[in-house]
Design a protein. Structure first.
Length: 417
C-alpha cells in the first residue's frame, strides 16, 4: 500500500504516450495525487471535474487533436491559478519560449524528461500554486472582513439616524396629521356648511397627504427595525416547514395574482429550530415581500433547507432561496443588503428589508450570503447553528463590530451636540 501523498493538491499529466504516463505515475504517486490523460480533450474534462484541486498541469505539446499550448489556454480560462508546464521536443523550442513569455506556461521542459529536474520543477510549481491559493484566500477573507465592517458601520449609523428621525419627525408628523384630519371640518365651518366648489380636490389631496404620512412613518419603523443590533435570545421552537406554509398562505393571493410559483424542499432530517420567534417570522415575511416586489409574472421561487455540518463539525440549518428574477445590468449581489438598495426600482420599495434580514440572521448567530445567478436570478444562502449557544464567526464579528461602531456613532452625536 502506497503512503498518503504529501500535497493536498493534485497533478495532471497529459501525453499521448502511454509509457510516459505510466512511468510518471510510478515516480510521483507517493508524493502527489496523480491524474493522467492521453489527449487534451480528456485532460480538460479532468480539469473540469476536479477544479482547483488540481494545482499543476503538465502537458505534452505535440498530441493528436488539440496541442499542449491550446489545452493550456483553455485551462487558464477555466482556472487562472493553475500552474501550467509545457513538455516539448527540441524542435518545438520556439513554441515553448513563446508560451512562457506570453504567460501561457509557468515553465517548459524538454523531452526526454530528466527525473530529478522534473521532480524539482513539480515541487516548485506546487509550492507556487500553494502560494497563489493562499494569497487568493487571504484576499477573499480581507474582502469579507471589509464588507462586514462596512455593513456593521452602516447598521450602527442607520440605528442612530433612525432614533434621531423618530425623535425629531414623529411629533411633527403628528401635528401635520392632525391638521390634515381636521382640515375638512374646518373648511366646512369657514364656508358655513356650503359644499366646496371642487370637493374632489379636497378629498384626493387629503388622501394623498395621509398616504405620504403613512409612508414616512412606515419607513421610520422599517429603519428602526432593520438597524436593531442587540443579540437575540433564541428560545422559541419553530418547525420551518410549518412556518413557510403559514407565510405562503399569508401572501398566496399576491403570488397567484402574478402566477409566481413557490416551492419548498425541506429535508426531513431538519429538526425544529430554536429562534427568536418574532424576528425569525419577520425575516421570512420580509424575504417573501422582497420576492413579491421584485419578481415578474411567471417567475418562480424555490426554498430548500437541509441539516449540515460546518467546517468545525457544528450542526447547522442551511436554508437556500433561489429565484429567476432579473437584475439591473450594473447590480451586484453584494449590494443587496445595502440600505435603500432595491432590485425592483419601485417607488414603494424602501430598500431596507434585506438589510433587516442580514441583521436578523447575524443576531441569531448565523449568516446570510447573496449570489447572482446566470443568466438571471438570485440565490440567498442562510446558515443558522442549531445550538442557540453557538454562532458563526461572521455573526460574532458582525455583532462585535456593530456594537463598536454604534458606540463610536453615539460619541460623535454627543460631541456634535
Amino acid at each position: 500500500m502506497n503512503p498518503s501523498p504529501q500535497s493536498s493538491y493534485h497533478v495532471l499529466y497529459v501525453d499521448d504516450e502511454d509509457k510516459a504516463l505510466h512511468y510518471f505515475r510510478q515516480m510521483f504517486e507517493d508524493e502527489f495525487v496523480i491524474h493522467t490523460a492521453n489527449n487534451a480533450a480528456d485532460g480538460y474534462r479532468i480539469l473540469e471535474a476536479y477544479g482547483s484541486q488540481i494545482g499543476v498541469l503538465l502537458t505534452d505539446q505535440r498530441m493528436p487533436g488539440e496541442s499542449g499550448v491550446e489545452l493550456m489556454d483553455r485551462a487558464r480560462k477555466l482556472h487562472p491559478n493553475l500552474v501550467r508546464i509545457l513538455v516539448t521536443a527540441f524542435t518545438d523550442y520556439q513554441t515553448a519560449v513563446r508560451a512562457v513569455n506570453e504567460g501561457r506556461a509557468y515553465r517548459y521542459l524538454h523531452k526526454p524528461l530528466d527525473p530529478e529536474q522534473l521532480a524539482t520543477v513539480l515541487r516548485q510549481g506546487m509550492e507556487y500554486y500553494h502560494t497563489l491559493q493562499e494569497r487568493e484566500n487571504l484576499l477573499t477573507q480581507n474582502a469579507e472582513h471589509i464588507r462586514s465592517t462596512l455593513m456593521a458601520d452602516r447598521v450602527a449609523g442607520m440605528g442612530i439616524m433612525a432614533e434621531g428621525l423618530n425623535h425629531h419627525l414623529r411629533n411633527a408628523l403628528t401635528v401635520v396629521r392632525a391638521f390634515i384630519d381636521l382640515a375638512p371640518m374646518k373648511l366646512m365651518e369657514e364656508i358655513e356648511g356650503r359644499p366646496p366648489r371642487d370637493p374632489n380636490f379636497w378629498v384626493e389631496t387629503q388622501h394623498q397627504a395621509q398616504a405620504q404620512i403613512e409612508r414616512i412613518q412606515t419607513l421610520l419603523n422599517h429603519l428602526a427595525h432593520a438597524s436593531h443590533s442587540r443579540k437575540l435570545v433564541r428560545e422559541d421552537t419553530i418547525d420551518l416547514s410549518v412556518l413557510l406554509e403559514e407565510m405562503l398562505g399569508t401572501y398566496l393571493a399576491h403570488f397567484q395574482e402574478r402566477n409566481i410559483r413557490v416551492e419548498f424542499d425541506i429535508s426531513p432530517d431538519l429538526p425544529p429550530l430554536l429562534v427568536h420567534g418574532e424576528r425569525f417570522r419577520q425575516l421570512w415575511r420580509l424575504i417573501l415581500i422582497e420576492e413579491i416586489t421584485h419578481l415578474q409574472t411567471g417567475d418562480r421561487v424555490l426554498i430548500r433547507a437541509t441539516r449540515e455540518k460546518d467546517p468545525t463539525g457544528q450542526d447547522q440549518a442551511v436554508m437556500v432561496l433561489s429565484d429567476n428574477g432579473a437584475w439591473g445590468a450594473q447590480d451586484r449581489a453584494a449590494n443587496l443588503f445595502d440600505p435603500f438598495f432595491t432590485r425592483s426600482r419601485k417607488p414603494d420599495d424602501f430598500g431596507v428589508n434585506m438589510m433587516a434580514c442580514y441583521v436578523t440572521l447575524h443576531l441569531h448567530g448565523g449568516s446570510i450570503e447573496a449570489k447572482r445567478l446566470e443568466p438571471q436570478g438570485l440565490e440567498l444562502t442562510m446558515r443558522l447553528p442549531l445550538d442557540p449557544t453557538q454562532s458563526t464567526q461572521e455573526a460574532d464579528d458582525f455583532f462585535l463590530r456593530a456594537t463598536q461602531h454604534e458606540q463610536r456613532w453615539q460619541k460623535r452625536e454627543e460631541l456634535a451636540a
